[in-house]
Design a protein around this ligand. Structure first.
Ligand code: G4P
Length: 525
């Protein structure tokens, strides 16, 4: 029994893709699901052009926009592995949920557009992964197009992200003259646009293709070989330990659109990606293969179906096995109840979970029981997993009730939604005006929508634009240092926070007030 559980848990690989919009996340996800046989047609994951929506697009807003608001989970089988891909929403729907999803994974795949290099959203998501110290695998995409020089891209990753790189393979040409990849790990060349039978060319002991293969006539082969030699001599040495600690990222090149390099990537990923790891709790580290179900809520999606007003709490399982109808205790309240309903998320099918173990994500119907960060455990056990970190909001709005007579529902709604983690609440010092902070604009829109639909409260939002929020280490703070450009507010626990107009205002303030120690919750130590 225990062995069976350990075997199941060891087969799980749970990751998220971090990338900037348009780098190819949807395309790569689709190709991975195709390899796993989870979907039959490409185009199933994102239906924006065909008008057919993926199962993750429940919310009204999602339907109007044709985008997916919150992360969904896709599961597929490949060889002996059961893989969970947690979607991280981008574009305007970038939000705290995107960050929180990264708390529920064991590794991350970073996609970089070879023509663009590191982009803003990739950097933000990367920082969260780095904070957690999880392994990050890099896929440099769109090699079928002209992009930047691979060596330059590597240098950028190392410099901007401060992580060592180890190219697992190396491109031979690119764009119209893309011949394939030189695979350092499997010691072979994988040719682009050739039939399955002749796709792989083995390398001899000197790392060269044997005989006179036409690929050798291309100057690009020589160039790739030279660059690989340079990497062998002067590049980083591969270290599984560094990879596991999140200090080194293995780099792969490919083209998601043409499915080139995707399978090789997946197979190598599976060799090094960790199975579910122990997680810290009030009872110490909990082993993933230990008996007794437990997990934590990393995200709550409300109003998936406006007609039913249902919510779903997404739970990352951290130990044991989930069974329908099992009795659990919610650590925050000590309340015991039964988990009768659950859903499992697949790209195109919303089916009921049968077997879910550590590493898997389950969706539980929620009627207001859960908060983000809540932990549940089987039976009467009280297990509380580590608190989810607070993420630095970047966008702010002033918010008031449209109808001053309806303060009660306004207050109730705002406090519940803030507690749920939909947005962050701040107050000004004197007037106690309400200010909301979020990571992405859509969080405000969802907030307005939910205030109206769930609390019958119309709100007025006054945009304040983007600000740099910094918490303060020192306890005592003099209100007189507050100004328009460095506004002093309180968070919902009454901690003082400065909202700086821009980077310049932040630096100016630090210069003038060296005694005040500012803190960014998302800073990497
Ligand atoms: P995202 O989820 O990261 O936002 O990116 P997505 O996969 O939707 O890809 C963004 C665009 O880049 C799409 O083109 C997609 O076809 C293209 N793309 C993805 N991978 C590759 C690749 O390996 N090579 C090339 N050349 N293009 C790639 P689009 O025109 O915006 O959309 P669509 O009409 O293809 O849906």
């Amino acid at each position: 029994m225990a062995n069976d559980l350990a075997k199941e848990v060891n087969s799980r690989r749970t990751f998220a893709i971090i990338s900037h919009p348009d780098a190819g996340k949807t395309t790569l996800t689709e190709k991975l699901l195709l390899f796993g046989g989870a979907i039959r047609d490409a185009g199933t994951v994102k239906g924006k052009k065909t008008g057919k929506y993926a199962t993750s697009d429940w919310m009204e807003i999602e339907k109007q926009r044709g985008i997916s608001v919150t992360s969904s989970v896709m599961q597929f089988q490949y060889d002996d592995f059961r893989i969970n891909i947690l979607d991280t929403p981008g574009h305007q729907d970038f939000s705290e949920d995107t960050y929180r999803t990264l708390m529920a994974v064991d590794s991350a795949v970073m996609i970089i557009d070879s023509a663009k290099g590191i982009e803003e959203q990739t950097l933000k998501l990367f920082k969260v992964c780095k904070m957690r110290g999880i392994p990050i695998f890099t896929f440099i995409n769109k090699l079928d197009r002209q992009g930047r020089q691979p060596l330059e891209l590597l240098a950028e990753i190392e410099e901007v992200l401060d992580i060592e790189t180890y190219p697992m393979n190396w491109p031979i040409g690119m764009g119209k003259e893309f011949y394939g990849i030189y695979d350092r790990y499997y010691k072979r060349i994988e040719q682009y646009r050739t039939d399955e039978a002749s796709r792989f060319l083995p390398l001899d002991d000197d790392g060269e293709v044997t005989g006179d293969h036409p690929i050798k006539q291309t100057g690009l082969y020589d160039q790739a070989l030279e660059e690989v030699m340079l990497l062998d001599e002067a590049g980083n040495e591969f270290s599984v330990e560094k990879l596991t600690e999140g200090e080194m990222t293995p780099v792969f090149f490919g083209s998601a659109l043409t499915a080139f390099g995707v399978q090789t990537f997946l197979e190598t990923y599976l060799k090094f990606a960790p199975s579910p790891q122990p997680r810290k709790s009030n009872l110490g580290e909990i082993e993933p293969a230990s008996e007794g179900f437990s997990g934590f809520v990393f995200k709550i999606q409300a109003n998936m179906n406006p007609a039913h007003r249902d919510r779903i709490a997404f739970v990352r399982i951290c130990s044991g096995e989930f069974e329908r109808g099992m009795s659990v205790t919610l650590a925050r309240t000590g309340k015991q109840f039964k988990l009768s309903q659950s859903t499992q998320f697949l790209a195109d099918d919303r089916s009921t979970v049968n077997k879910a173990v550590s590493g898997d994500i389950i969706g539980l119907y929620d009627t207001g029981t859960y908060q983000i960060g809540d932990s549940i455990a089987e039976g009467k056990k009280i297990i509380q997993y580590e608190k989810l970190p607070q993420f630095t909001p970047e966008l702010f709005v002033k918010v008031t009730a449209k109808n001053v007579m309806k303060q009660k529902s306004f207050q109730k709604g705002i406090h519940q939604l803030v507690q749920e983690g939909a947005v962050q609440l701040f107050k000004t010092y004197r007037m106690e005006d309400y200010i909301l902070g979020a990571v992405g604009q859509l969080q405000f829109e969802v907030f307005v929508h939910r205030m109206k639909n769930e609390y019958n409260s119309d709100v007025i939002m006054e945009p304040m634009g983007s600000k740099i929020a910094r918490w303060i280490e020192n306890d005592q703070i003099d209100e007189s240092v507050s100004s328009q450009r460095s506004l002093l507010v309180k968070d919902r626990f009454d901690n003082p926070v400065f909202l700086f107009e821009n980077d310049f205002a932040l630096r100016w303030f630090m210069d003038k007030n060296p005694a005040i120690q500012l803190r960014d919750p998302m800073e990497i130590d």
